[in-house]
Design a protein around this ligand. Structure first.
Ligand SMILES: [Zn+2]
Length: 62
């Protein structure tokens, strides 16, 4: 039972780090409102719409 819990915990940790890694930091830029955002990792301008559709993952650098 204990082993099972440990296993589950470590899987959860792996999942969390993966999710954290995938989410790209972005900064708002001053083009009309929230139309575009800029990926901090690749400096690419992304349609905010596209960005949200891809679950806040930058389509250029992931
Ligand atoms: Zn990017």
């Amino acid at each position: 039972m204990e082993h099972f819990l440990e296993d589950r915990k470590s899987k959860l940790e792996i999942f969390r780090t993966r999710v954290r890694k995938k989410i790209v930091k972005t900064e708002k830029i001053d083009i009309p409102s929230d139309l575009f955002i800029k990926s901090e990792s690749c400096q690419e301008l992304i349609y905010n719409d596209d960005f949200l559709k891809s679950y806040k993952v930058c389509p250029k650098c992931n």
